[in-house]
Design a protein around this ligand. Sequence first.
Ligand code: HEM
Length: 273
Amino acid sequence: MSETGSVTYSAYLKLPELLALQAPLADGVADELLFITVHQVQELWFGQLLRDLADARDRMLEGDPRAARARLVRAVSLTRALIAAIHPLRSMPPREFHAFRGALGSSSGQQSAQYVEIAGLCGADWVRGEHGRRAVAGLAAEERERLRGRLAEPTLWEGFLGLLAKAGFAVGTRDERGEAYARLAAGPLDGDPAQLAELAELAEALVDHDEVWTEWRACHALLVERQIGGLPGTGGSSGVAQLRASVYRRFYPELWEARDPGSAPLTAGCPAG
Ligand code: HEM
């Protein structure tokens, strides 16, 4: 509050508290502050993304694909902002990073609970396997509890399949779902054209969302290569090798497979002859 009793900019945003949250561990390494700020900004946006993605999921569960799509469009734009916010770290000379890297101990971005929550909320199965176990190992009890709750919630993918089922599509098997996506992509043959168009647009928004996260992972992997080359990560992984291998992970893999349903998966080897 100001002397006149009205709320001030600084008080409303709790700026003294916010700015006090940046505490470098090493002495006199200028870019450690940049490193901390970039990570904190990512986590703030992760929080907003989780709210928007949960809202998109809820709109789908309520049967409103148009509102769900609007939220997803914002989630895509937020993720683009996240990518742009990583870029300043490219200007950190690797010698600056190495001057404080030791102070990070075994802490690592792979312990970002919100990052794992985002993937889990979307429906990615890889966070429920080894990846999730690695992340959970470094979490505080409160974060672990929150993550457990998140992974038990309905996912965006389940919300989308629920909408398809309401529109009369069979979604019980992978083949049935493949047929449903192909029909949406082909345009309305029968059924309510407006409803099918909304579902088709929502499917494309999900693909946009998947695509922008591939860009985030690629941007992060390049940054890591630029900073530490082939060194292992502080979190104990092989570093860039593992990050490169995970760039093409998908939240909604079936929507990508449906692009070309007749052909072999992209991971298959070249045909002989
Ligand atoms: C100098 C900059 C950075 C370096 C050298 C770096 C390094 C790494 C490495 C090596 C890993 C693999 C796990 C490990 O062994 O530690 C990793 C994972 C990760 N980092 Fe970074 N990182 C950097 C910046 C960032 C930033 C700005 C973020 C933003 C939040 C971030 C978030 C993550 C996340 C979420 C993972 C887990 C990725 C996944 O498993 O899909 N990192 N990082």
